[in-house]
Design a protein around this ligand. Structure first.
Ligand SMILES: Nc1nc2c(c(=O)[nH]1)N[C@H]1C(S)=C(S)[C@@H](COP(=O)(O)OP(=O)(O)OC[C@H]3O[C@@H](n4cnc5c(N)ncnc54)[C@H](O)[C@@H]3O)O[C@H]1N2
Ligand code: MOO
Ligand SMILES: [Mg+2]
Length: 423
């Protein structure tokens, strides 16, 4: 009797996987290596910014009181008593009628309360002394960047789980984070199964194809922010496959296999799960592609049996593995972000089950458009090339027409969302 499997709804499958998600760990790395990693702690300002009052311009620091009488017809003259650049500390306190020649970023001298830009000042030398004059009245605090005016000490600036981008890195440097506490990347093992598989550098042979899933999945793992360990490809032979999978499980946080999860005579994964004593969380999901996606748990680790069909394999990873990786990486918005989009092409197939259509997003006149990225079949690989989103067509719907509103899950977005469904 054939193995009849009962499909469960996608949301239910996500729930099952979610129960086995692992919490991540933190590690310290050099600031030079932290791009695209996620923070494993909140970043708090450990000093005010700026840490001292400073000049925003090249000009003169003055006491505004001394300019009260200044006007176009009545220039007021100051003796320039000091000359400081950024990084220097002014030593002279200003008295009546005195000014400091000061550069952008330099600390404001004591008792100065405004900065006059060079452009509104005249300067001259007389008997070895420098003077400047000004023809307009200055206001107290004019052109002064106050200490702490940008950020007060103790203010929270970035949340744990945030992806480090150039701006984040600037803040880390500002506050002296030479070593950065980031989420450790989970290590995901990858094994491709199938006697038909050739290596990428092999010539085609009758009945055989090149192994594209391993390359695709390792690339998806990198895009998700995790690290991979590739164990190679396996022929469909029970004992060697079992031994390799058992061994691989010991070395990784999560294990992904591709192929061999359906009901074929050489689909060995079900027997391997049994031999491993793994708990199969589900082996059939009410979705297309990827209905055969299987997830099991062994030794507290998730074991993904993704389909051998490339598009099904791809979708299985994005739906069920990527959010788990994001959770591990301290991301509080671990699920793929969904947006409303205008369908750009007709899609005439009915959808008995939820369908995740490989598509790519374009932006036209401020609208988000979802375009089909190629043939919508589980066994095709070419439609993945331009895919940057998965259009979600709910089960129980007929075909869709260009111009219809659909939901699309973004694959190259960093914002994410808190839950799987539309928010
Ligand atoms: N009687 C039934 N047959 C099938 C069912 C079913 O319900 N009843 N489900 C179909 C569906 S849906 C899918 S999807 C596939 C899933 O197959 P498997 O996960 O068991 O994968 P394989 O049989 O090993 O291979 C399927 C297909 O994918 C190619 N493949 C495998 N590995 C790779 C790789 N690393 N790179 C590129 N391509 C790969 C393989 O050559 C096969 O063509 O089962 C249906 N059958
Ligand atoms: O799992 Mo299959 O992809 O539904 O075609
Ligand atoms: Mg099969």
């Amino acid at each position: 009797m054939a193995d009849i499997r009962k499909p469960i709804p996608v949301e239910k499958a996500i729930e099952y996987v979610w129960e086995y998600r692992l919490n991540g760990e933190a590690e310290y790395i050099s600031i030079n290596d932290c791009d695209n990693r996620r923070l494993a702690e909140d970043i708090i300002a450990n000093h005010p910014v700026p840490p001292f009052p400073k000049s925003p311009y090249d000009g003169f620091a003055l006491r505004s009181d001394d300019t009260v009488e200044a006007s176009r017809d009545n220039p007021v003259t100051f003796e320039v008593v000091e000359h400081i650049g950024a990084g220097e500390v002014p030593e002279k306190k200003l008295h009546k009628g005195q000014a400091t020649r000061i550069m952008t970023g330099a600390k404001i001298p004591e008792d100065a309360d405004c900065i006059a830009m060079f452009e509104i000042c005249d300067t001259y030398e007389h008997e070895n002394s420098s003077y400047m004059s000004i023809k307009r009245k200055m206001e107290p605090n004019q052109n002064i960047i106050e200490e702490g005016s940008e950020v007060a000490k103790g203010e929270k600036l970035i949340n744990q789980g945030t992806l480090i981008n150039p701006g984040t890195k600037a803040i880390l440097a500002t506050f002296g984070y030479n070593r950065v506490k980031v989420a450790k990347k989970p290590v995901i093992g990858v094994i491709a199964t199938g006697t038909e598989l050739l290596d990428v550098d092999e010539e085609l042979q009758p009945g055989k194809i090149r192994n594209s899933n391993a390359y695709m999945i390792t690339s998806q793992i990198i895009r998700a922010g995790a690290a991979y360990k590739y164990f190679g490809k396996l022929e469909d032979e029970l004992n060697t496959s079992y031994e390799m999978i058992k061994q691989a499980l010991n070395e990784v946080d999560i294990l992904i296999t591709t192929g061999g999860v359906s009901v074929g005579d050489f689909d060995l994964m079900p027997a391997i799960y049994e031999k491993l004593g793994a708990e199969v969380l589900f082996n059939k999901v009410a979705m297309r592609p990827g209905s055969v996606t299987t997830v099991a748990a062994a030794d507290g680790k998730l074991l993904y049996g993704l389909s051998g069909n490339p598009s099904a394999c791809y979708v299985g990873f994005e739906l069920f593995a990527r959010p788990v990786v994001q959770h591990y990486l301290f991301n509080e918005m671990p699920f793929l972000r969904r947006v409303k989009a205008i369908l750009a092409d007709d899609f005439s197939k009915p959808n008995p089950f939820t369908r995740f259509v490989r598509s790519y997003i374009t932006y036209e006149n401020g609208n988000v458009h979802a375009n089909l990225s190629g043939i919508d079949k589980s066994n095709v690989v070419t439609s993945l090339a331009h895919c940057n989103s998965l259009m979600v067509l709910p089960g129980g719907t007929r075909g869709f027409k260009a111009g219809d509103e659909v939901e699309a899950m973004l694959l190259e977005d960093n914002q994410g969302q808190a839950g799987f469904l539309a928010e």
